[in-house]
Design a protein around this ligand. Structure first.
Ligand SMILES: Cc1cc2nc3c(=O)[nH]c(=O)nc-3n(C[C@H](O)[C@H](O)[C@H](O)COP(=O)(O)OP(=O)(O)OC[C@H]3O[C@@H](n4cnc5c(N)ncnc54)[C@H](O)[C@@H]3O)c2cc1C
Length: 417
């Protein structure tokens, strides 16, 4: 069924009884050409582009929970193309272009809102770094505007501009950045893949990866074995556990990142705003909730929930930047499991097992990457060569030391900041 204004009108007049299911719930077949482990944003986007761009439809996405239950439905929804290093910048630039056409491509309202992102700076050194990053973004073909004190004060009057410790010197404005509704992105890709013949198999955990003579042959699951010619591991925070099934040890640590949402308020925050002197970022959802987050919980864990010290730390940063936040009531918080790579950049590559692929290392920024990641992994699996925007995301950079992309300059202990 094609979604349109006419359908909404027609269904509204007939009691909304005519909507068809957005995707099927098929039983797993004994064999597929391609199996994707993980029905998060990246897995579903990969399945979609395999079918839509490469005509490969004998594909199954095998998900141990439900679609949208992982990080894809847990993030703070920020979409941007403001990366600095070659290797990353062209990839995220491609992703933002895909975002800009995504709703039309998927015939699905993912509520992509280019409301602009402002990264604040609070010192001369930070201003220099912001100018440099802005120039890199412009060279990449994206947009960046360096704002001075008065411009930021005019755009964001609700901040504590003259804070005694962290006065605001200005901000790097990325007008094409913004937000999207996170789980709608999973649903849109799921519906698009399903309608092209991809089987989306939920409540089916992969428990083993089979190979013979160095070639992948399928997976073991809680619903029985499934054979496949190619398998992709797209399990985000669980990547290390899944790769261990193939005898691999990934350069990934899993860490918890929390998100917080207040009660619904009248519109007050037009953009996405990030604090330059603490890890804090905030936007306002279309329902009115202030959506914000901060640092990792700083210990490796597979628990999709956070602890109070980090909650307190995030609130402190928020109150420093935006004291009015103290008046809002916090409604909800949750955690997601981040696949932190040693240099903070992702991996989209083949493995030492023929036909086995890996997509991981999205750290706390993999939501914005979903379209380009799915596009690039589908390209790699279909053509056996990396897509031009993802050539740098090689697994062997952690072995050889060549091509490390340490975007934040935090060294090998990226997870510790
Ligand atoms: C609080 C928070 C805030 C964030 N904010 C942002 C942001 O503002 N912007 C941004 O760009 N990114 C953000 N991120 C990061 C982003 O959400 C992730 O990088 C991205 O969603 C990860 O990829 P995914 O969607 O494929 O992951 P997931 O949705 O986690 O998908 C992986 C799937 O694999 C499944 N799986 C695991 N093991 C198995 C198995 N053995 N068998 C079958 N299935 C399995 C899981 O159940 C899961 O559904 C944030 C993350 C969090 C938690």
């Amino acid at each position: 069924m094609r979604y349109s204004g006419w359908q909404v009108f027609k269904q509204g007049l007939t009691g909304n009884k005519g909507w068809s299911k957005a995707w099927r719930s098929p039983e797993p077949k004994p064999e597929y050409d391609i199996i994707i482990i993980g029905g998060g944003g990246h897995g579903l986007a990969t399945a979609y582009y395999l079918a839509a761009k490469h005509g490969l439809t004998n594909v199954a996405v095998v998900e141990k929970g439900y679609l949208g239950g992982g990080n894809i439905g847990r993030n703070t929804t920020i979409v941007r193309a403001n990366y600095f290093l070659p290797g990353n910048s062209e990839f995220y630039s491609h992703s933002l272009k895909l975002w800009e056409g995504l709703e039309a491509e998927l015939n699905y309202n993912v509520m992509h809102s280019q409301r602009g992102i402002i990264n604040l700076f609070h010192s001369d050194g930070q201003r220099d770094a912001a100018a440099r990053r802005g120039n890199a973004m412009i060279n990449q073909g994206d947009d960046a505007i360096l704002l001075g004190r008065d411009e930021v004060r005019k755009m964001l009057p609700y901040l504590d501009h003259d804070n005694g410790r962290f006065p605001i010197f200005g901000g790097l404005y990325h007008p094409r950045g913004g937000t999207a509704r996170h789980d709608a992105v999973a649903w849109g890709y799921a519906r698009g893949a399903d309608s092209r013949g991809v089987d989306l198999i939920q409540q089916c955990e992969v428990t083993g990866i089979d190979s013979e003579n160095g070639k992948v042959t399928g997976v073991q699951t809680t619903r029985g074995p499934i054979r496949a010619k190619k398998v992709a591991m797209v399990a985000a925070g669980r990547s290390s556990q899944v790769a261990a099934m193939a005898g691999m040890r990934l350069p990934i640590e899993s860490h918890v990142l929390q998100a917080f949402v207040t009660e619904g308020l009248k519109p007050v925050i037009d953009n996405v705003v990030t604090f330059g002197m603490g890890h804090f970022y905030i936007s306002q959802s279309d329902k009115g909730g202030l959506v914000f987050g901060g640092d990792l919980d700083m210990y490796a864990s597979y628990a999709a929930r956070g602890n109070l010290p980090t909650a307190e730390h995030v609130m402190e940063a928020g109150m420093t930047l935006m004291p009015m936040l103290g008046k809002a009531k916090l409604l909800r918080s949750w955690g997601g499991i981040m696949d932190m790579s040693a240099d903070g950049s992702p991996i989209i590559d083949k493995t030492h097992i023929d036909g086995l692929f890996v997509n991981c290392g999205w750290n706390y920024g993999g939501f914005k990457a979903v379209p380009a990641s799915g596009y690039a992994l589908a390209h790699l699996m279909a053509n056996d060569v990396p897509h031009e925007t993802a050539e740098a995301f090689r697994l062997d950079r952690f072995n050889t030391g060549h091509g490390i992309m340490d975007e934040e300059g935090r060294g090998a202990q990226h997870n510790l900041h």
